[in-house]
Ligand binder design. Structure first.
Ligand code: SAH
Length: 341
């Protein structure tokens, strides 16, 4: 916008260019045919639209789930996943969700998460977040974007909010705000900023435990924040946006998956417009954690429901392609290392 003003161009030129870039995924300024030739040439001389190249890629579920490792240059790479879902109602269109990363690595150190074990390298820029969506949107229709890839979105709040604004802007990708969800490990200041942005997007808070002691063990960086604090933050978010909040709960066998723990969880989050999404642990190469049996997952879900809490089990996607957060990058790095020896 400022650039076009500085060049003495009218404001609508910026809108034309952002629509070419984000709605049609065009990377060549010469192809932006509704711009004057002189402006196209000036843009082409000053800028280049980079598209990250694919370092590794895997597919599962008959190609409905695809995961790519994108090269961001200088040794940095991130994972992005696209999942296609059947329509919820007959006659509706298929949904395609892109799961984006917001950081290279992550500083939160969740004990069950492959990215958590990689450590933190750097924040992504808004363009690097959008480039992940565009990677898929150039060749297929994308309806939903979830910030559930590598990294903690609310430890990179400015880039996350900027990317979200471009995703939902009519001059950007023009997605429905309801089709965008940010998932956070539970950073209160970030949740507050998201609420203040009043964007009508979905919020998921990763809880993973019904008591603070266990939660701090599973998320070592969470010590300053209690479950009560997060329930309060969720309440504020709902009041500010009118949107429901989801609590994510990764189920780990013998750690946080007993029916008693489900009942305790229900007492902690009762009374707000919340919903629990259970994620059976997706085994990573990491330490001795295990996924509970299907029966145990069902029993946990039932205990929540009987206590009046709406609970779903996340549809499993791409287990065989290591679709869990950070796994492809871990595998790739491992292969690189092996190739070097
Ligand atoms: N930093 C954000 C996004 C992380 S990935 C957050 O913490 O919410 C999205 C979800 O997947 C989080 O709830 C995260 O805790 C969970 N997750 C990560 N690794 C997992 C694994 N191996 N099995 C199950 N869930 C996992």
């Amino acid at each position: 916008m400022q650039l076009f003003a500085a060049w003495g161009e009218p404001r609508y030129r910026a809108q034309q260019v952002s629509r070419w870039l984000l709605q049609r995924g065009v990377t060549d300024f010469e192809a932006m045919t509704d711009l004057p030739a002189a402006l196209r040439a000036r843009l082409a001389a000053a800028y280049r639209v980079d598209t990250p190249s694919v370092l590794a890629s895997t597919a599962a579920d008959d190609g409905e789930t695809t995961k790519v490792l994108l090269d961001l240059g200088g040794d940095a790479s991130v994972e992005t996943v696209r999942m296609r879902y059947d329509p919820d109602e007959p006659g509706e269109r298929e949904r395609a969700t892109v799961c984006v990363s917001t950081q290279v690595g992550c500083a939160m150190r969740c004990v069950f998460c492959a990215t958590g074990q990689q450590g933190f390298t750097r924040n992504l820029t808004p363009s690097e977040i959008l480039a992940q969506v565009l990677h898929f949107a150039r060749t297929e229709r994308v309806t939903n974007v979830v910030f559930m890839g590598m990294g903690e979105p609310l430890a990179n709040t400015h880039a996350t909010l900027t990317a979200v604004r471009w995703l939902v802007s009519p001059d950007g990708m023009d997605l429905r705000a309801r089709g965008v969800t940010v998932s956070t490990v539970g950073l209160r200041a970030g949740i507050r900023r998201l609420a203040e942005a009043r964007l009508q997007i979905g919020l998921t808070i990763s809880l993973h435990a019904p008591d603070d002691e266990l939660r701090h063990h599973l998320i070592p960086t969470s010590a300053g924040t209690s479950i009560d604090d997060l329930v309060e933050a969720a309440r504020e978010y709902i009041a500010a946006t009118g949107r429901r909040v989801t609590f994510a709960y990764a189920l780990l066998q013998g750690v946080n998956d007993s029916p008693e723990q489900a009942r305790l969880l229900a007492t902690r989050i009762r009374g707000i417009q919340a919903h629990v999404n259970l994620i059976p642990y997706n085994p990573t190469a990491g330490p001795g954690l295990r996924r509970p049996s299907r029966e145990r997952v069902r029993a946990f879900q039932r205990a929540l429901q009987e206590a009046g809490i709406n609970a779903t089990v996340r549809v499993e996607r791409g287990v065989e392609i290591a679709a869990a957060c950070g796994q492809l990058r871990t595998d790739y790095t491992e292969r690189q290392r092996l190739a070097l020896v």
